[in-house]
Design a protein around this ligand. Structure first.
Ligand SMILES: Nc1ncnc2c1ncn2[C@@H]1O[C@H](COP(=O)(O)OP(=O)(O)OP(=O)(O)O)[C@@H](O)[C@H]1O
Ligand SMILES: [Mg+2]
Length: 402
């Protein structure tokens, strides 16, 4: 209709049509610029929103810790800071949205004003009839309508693109993990080359540590409490970069490369997200339907405790909901590890909180999985060291190998 209307208007009186729409391209240019800015602000806005939500969630799930250490003020300040950032970003977004409304209003009203002014002059001079003048005014609406709404549609599109980009980044993570596994040629390996690490720059937790774990098998990292086992696990997982020396996972530096697809971790303190148990195991393999994962997980004997929960895998756990024990958390972490099935497993005291019977079950599972995975098992004791491919001691006996 817009195209037909504009063709008709040109055919009836080209000069009147030109003057009427003289401002429209300029107005469209302004709205394009404003939309560009809105797109950028919106991209930042979704990031800030995500940050502020996760900080809030973290605060809620750590309320007992926050209370026991009396750090409410600090925690609230942290939340307040992100909320202020969010407010600032929302205000900026609102400002540019209002500006867009004004710009669109101008696209809507300028042509009408110009038409009424110049058209009336033509009628006065007898160049067009009053009837044609009124009829053409009606036609204007067909052209003005779309040119007013187009910028709003572009604005909505920009917002969708910003949100989609975020979703795409999450998808990329799961694609990356497949690519990473395809890329490793030969056996998986974990290599530490003279690594030293200190948290505060003075006390060395790891001092010139070297070892090479090559190929599938069970590799044990031993050491007294405070010897640096968890620190080493965090360096292997790429959470910390050593002060000197090199850590290589399948010949890649974990601090510089994304190795999420190659490595799975059971941390010393297993974290369970607020949500159902099914959702908690789903993030280990997000590309598989949740029902299928639950079916597989139901067959794990070490997850038999889930059957006793009122709603099985649909039981919601986490803050304010049903609490599950430390041992049960570790078992969920085992299920995540098995479902993700990456080539390298890192386990930081994975069976410390588990009863004797389940412990035996999990140890035999670890031994059988060590045939086709590189498993780094970190513990004070409680695993048969004779079956280990290699043992590394930390602390006073560092660099003592077996
Ligand atoms: N985030 C941190 N900041 C500063 N120092 C830390 C931090 N985390 C650990 N440390 C210190 O580093 C040393 C090694 O800690 P780490 O947790 O690696 O030991 P660990 O061998 O895992 O002990 P455990 O067997 O008790 O789990 C300890 O002295 C600890 O106090
Ligand atoms: Mg530890």
């Amino acid at each position: 209709m817009a195209i037909i209307a504009i063709v008709y208007l040109i055919a009836v009186n080209p000069l009147l049509c030109l003057i009427t729409f003289i401002y429209t391209p300029l107005g469209m240019f302004f709205t394009f610029k404003i939309n560009n800015k809105i797109g950028k602000i919106h991209a930042d806005n979704v990031e800030i929103k995500a940050d502020s939500l996760s900080i809030f969630e973290q605060f809620l799930s750590c309320i007992p810790i926050v209370k026991s250490f009396m750090i409410e003020k600090k925690a609230l300040l942290n939340i307040q800071r992100t909320q202020q950032q969010l407010l600032k970003s929302n205000m900026k977004l609102a400002k540019f949205n209002s500006l867009l409304q004004v710009a669109c209003g101008a696209i809507n009203s300028f042509p009408r004003v110009l038409y009424l002014g110049f058209g009336a002059l033509l009628v006065f001079n007898g160049e067009i009839t009053l009837g044609l003048f009124v009829a053409m005014y009606d036609f204007l609406g067909y052209v003005i309508g779309p040119s007013t709404y187009l910028p709003f549609m572009i604005q909505k599109l920009n917002r969708c693109i910003a949100s989609l980009n975020r979703v795409e980044r999450l998808n990329e993570l799961s694609l990356n993990s497949k690519k990473q596994i395809e890329e490793i040629s030969g056996q998986p390996s974990v290599e530490a080359k003279n690594i030293s690490f200190s948290y505060d720059g003075s006390k060395k937790i790891l001092d010139n540590l070297s070892f090479t774990f090559k190929g599938n098998g069970l590799y044990i990292i031993k050491g007294d409490s405070g010897a640096g086992k968890t620190t080493l696990m965090d360096i292997i997982a790429g959470l910390y970069k050593p002060d000197s020396g090199k850590m290589l996972i399948c010949n890649k530096d974990p601090a510089l490369n994304d190795i999420g697809g190659l490595v799975s971790v059971i941390p010393q303190d297993v974290y369970i997200f607020r949500g159902s148990l099914a959702e908690n195991i789903h993030f280990a393999k997000p590309d598989m339907p949740i029902e299928e994962l639950v079916k597989i997980a139901s067959s794990y004997p070490f997850l038999s405790f889930v059957e006793d929960l009122p709603e099985g895998f649909d039981t919601v756990v986490g803050d304010g909901n049903r609490a599950i024990s430390g041992g049960q958390r570790q078992r969920i972490a085992f299920a995540q590890l098995l479902l993700k099935n990456s080539p390298i497993w890192i386990m930081d005291e994975p069976i410390a909180a588990i009863d004797d019977e389940t412990r035996k079950l999990l140890i035999s599972l670890i031994h059988s999985c060590a045939q086709d995975h590189l498993i780094i098992f970190c513990a004070h004791s409680n695993i048969d060291e004779k079956t280990a491919s290699q043992i590394v001691c930390l602390g006073e006996k560092q660099n003592e190998y077996h």
